[in-house]
Each structure stands twice: as C-alpha cells, then as structure tokens.
Ligand binder design. Structure first.
Ligand SMILES: [Zn+2]
Length: 246
C-alpha cells in the first residue's frame, strides 16, 4: 500500500494527464469521459472497454480504476509516457484499415477488435499483413461491414510469412521547411486527419504528403520513419506483463 500522501500526489498526476483531450476520451471507442486505465498498455478507458480489457487477462492488460485504485509513481510515469494517442499510433497505426469500434458497437465486436489489436497484434503491420505502403489491399478500403472477413486468412498467413522491417533508406528525409499557403489549402483534408492522428508539424506533414504523391498511408510511413526526429513508434512495446506494484 502507498502512503496516503503519495497516493494523493499520484492521483493528481493522473488527473493532469486526463486534461489532454486524447486521454479524456476512451482509447478504444472514443466515448467521452474515462474512469479506468490499462496500467501496462498505457491507455485510458471507459467502463465498458475496461471490462473487456479485463477479459483479455492481466497478462495482456492490467486494468485499474483511476479513482478507486492506488497508483505507483512508476505506473503514473508509464501512463504519461504512453497515453491514448501514442498507444493507438503504436497498436493501430492504420486506423483506416482497422477501424476502431464506436460507442454503439456491441461488446462482442469490441472484444474481437481488442483481441486482434493486443492479443494477436494484427494491426501492428510488422507481421506481413501489410504491403510496403501500409495498405492491406492495393486499392481496397476495408470498411466496417467486411472487417471480420479477412481475419482467419490473416491469422493463417501471419504465422507463415514475415516481411523484413521497413528500411529507413526507402523514405525521403524531410527538411521541415516552411510550407506555402496553396499547399495548406490543397491538402487541408489530409492535414486535418494527420493532426487528429497526432502528427502536429504541419510543414512536415505537407512535405510528406507531397513526397508521397498524396498517398495518405505512404505519407504516414514517411513521417514515422524520419530519423531526424525522435521516432517513438520504434521504441519497444509496453511491457507485458506489467511491472509489479511498488
Ligand atoms: Zn470505450
């Protein structure tokens, strides 16, 4: 057990993290308001998604209440280091191909999504499921209705094939120079999506979109493979199983 004062201090630190908009909405379904978190994955969750996380087992996700449980300094630090935005960019870097559930989806749909995401790690894109441009199908845009169709095939192929990790040299190096207003207008939709995904440097985003010939997934690859900026996606995944409590 933590001392009362330490517990209170850690809870305040958690409250501060919740002031970030991305952390105040459930990492899985986007529901406004979170009261739970996965201490090892580093995501903040609504009550429903937290109970499904718990079903995955504590070796996958260690679910804690933000208000009822005590949090150690290490755990709070881990939540600060990850958080919803970074964790989702790590675990589901191509949300267009693997659309997250919405609040209205039933529990089974959410559970299958979470098992694919964390247990099978299907969305990571490092097990041969994606081509080098980060797309599952060349011109395909897998929509929610056929989302589950490819699962068994993907699972089967994932165990037999593997592709080498992307090489940095495949991606152009961005200079981060100032963009011009015309490009900001031309790429306004893509820029807004990139910003939603956590790519906040507009000049770099425009440069990447131009270098990618306006191929959205390719632009993301370029942005996440810049060696000049710290690339958090390359760091090791959240530790599984979780660290022991102090
Ligand atoms: Zn949720």
């Amino acid at each position: 057990m933590l001392g009362k004062r330490r517990a209170a201090r850690n809870r305040e630190a958690l409250d501060r993290l919740l002031q970030e908009r991305s952390n105040s909405q459930c990492a899985e379904c986007g529901e406004d308001g979170v009261s739970w978190a996965s201490a090892n994955i580093g995501v903040f969750l609504c009550g429903r998604c937290a109970s499904i996380h718990r079903k995955l087992g504590s070796h996958i996700s260690k679910v804690k209440s933000l208000t009822l449980d005590d949090w150690s300094e290490n755990e709070v630090e881990h939540m600060k280091e990850w958080g919803n935005k970074r964790a989702n960019r790590y675990w589901n870097p191509y949300p267009r191909d693997n659309p997250p559930p919405i609040t209205d989806d039933d529990d089974l749909t959410v559970e299958r999504y979470l098992r694919d995401k964390y247990e099978k790690r299907l969305f990571r894109g490092d097990n041969g499921d994606y081509d080098e441009r980060g797309s599952r199908r060349r011109n395909g845009d897998s929509r929610r209705k056929n989302y589950y169709e490819p699962v068994s095939r993907r699972t089967a192929s994932a165990s037999h094939t593997s592709s080498p990790a992307p090489q940095r040299s495949k991606y152009p190096v961005l200079t981060g120079g100032p963009s011009n207003p015309k490009d900001r207008f031309t790429y306004r939709r893509e820029l807004s999506r990139l910003e939603d995904m956590g790519f906040e440097d507009m000049d770099m985003n425009i440069e990447a979109l131009k270098a990618a010939g306006n191929n959205f997934n390719r632009a993301i690859d370029i942005l996440t493979n810049q060696s000049t900026t710290p690339n958090k996606e390359d760091s090791p995944p959240p530790s599984l199983p979780p660290r022991p409590i102090d």
